[in-house]
Design a protein around this ligand. Structure first.
Ligand SMILES: Nc1ncnc2c1ncn2[C@@H]1O[C@H](COP(=O)(O)OP(=O)(O)O)[C@@H](O)[C@H]1O
Ligand SMILES: [Mg+2]
Length: 243
């Protein structure tokens, strides 16, 4: 089966900074993949290129077997994302944002869908608030609600659980596992919580200074580096020790 994401020799330069440096990887359909690496490794830059929010300096991105330059609408209709760096319009109320977004995507049974997700992420209590008045945790929950509204085939999530309280973070993990299992959704996401990554990821991709350092299942990497757990593997790779 063709991979749902195929990145080949991807490079992004910001002036003299090479944020992503000859990065190649694949994400197979139906998997949850963790994109890991220390601060500044290039995770957010990679996700933003996968969303076509910033243009690669060079290299190729294929999503669902297609490229943005010839199939932008098709790709964007089949994916969704949540990112702390891309926000919904702040001057709209939360429910207005969800309705607008849902209509834009032609979501069927929109009100039911919003109700269901609103209960799940407990956003009902601030539905009438202006979006720019939300706390970070509330914004994250709104972004996750928005990200699931159009039943995407592919979800790109940049640190989705970082600002959530432990209870909502745990329920978010269970929800991600559930939509993977029940709807075959493919998820690529970043996190610094290695315990969480070990719990939900089928595969992890480690990057550092924009380059691929290693990839595999959490178990494979723990075994390969002879470590206790994925957190130890992370420290080992990030500190640039040899195997
Ligand atoms: N818009 C930008 N302009 C200049 N440098 C940037 C920009 N965005 C990211 N960078 C730099 O690119 C590198 C990778 O950043 P980022 O992708 O945010 O890393 P991560 O998400 O892994 O923490 C960092 O050195 C960062 O300072
Ligand atoms: Mg980041």
């Amino acid at each position: 089966m063709a991979p749902i994401i195929e990145v080949t020799h991807l490079v992004k330069e910001f002036g003299s900074v090479r944020a992503v440096d000859d990065l190649s990887f694949r994400v197979e359909e139906g998997t949850i993949t963790g994109l890991l690496g220390p601060n500044g490794a290039g995770k957010t830059t990679t996700i933003q290129m996968l969303l076509d929010l910033i243009t690669p300096t060079s290299g190729t991105i294929r999503i669902l077997g297609k490229e943005y330059r010839s199939a932008r609408e098709y790709i964007l209709a089949n994916l969704n994302f949540s990112s702390p760096y891309v926000s919904l319009p702040g001057n709209l109320k939360v429910h207005e944002n969800l309705l607008t977004f849902g209509r834009l995507y032609g979501v069927l049974n929109l009100r039911e869908q919003i109700d269901r997700l609103a209960d799940f992420f407990e956003i009902r209590e601030f539905m009438k608030k202006l979006t720019y008045n939300l706390s970070t945790g509330q914004l994250t929950r709104l972004n996750l609600t928005k990200a699931l509204l159009n039943n995407p085939k592919l979800l790109l999530l940049d640190e989705p659980t970082a600002s959530l309280d432990p209870d909502i973070a745990d329920r978010t993990r269970q929800l991600l596992k559930r939509i993977q299992k029940e709807r075959g959704v493919t998820i690529l996401y970043t996190s610094h919580n290695m315990e969480e990554v070990e719990e939900i990821c089928d595969k992890v991709i480690f990057i550092q200074r924009g380059r691929l350092k290693d990839e595999g299942t959490p178990e494979e990497l723990v075994k390969k580096y002879g470590r206790e757990d994925l957190n130890d593997v992370f420290l080992h790779i990030a500190r640039n020790q040899t195997v």
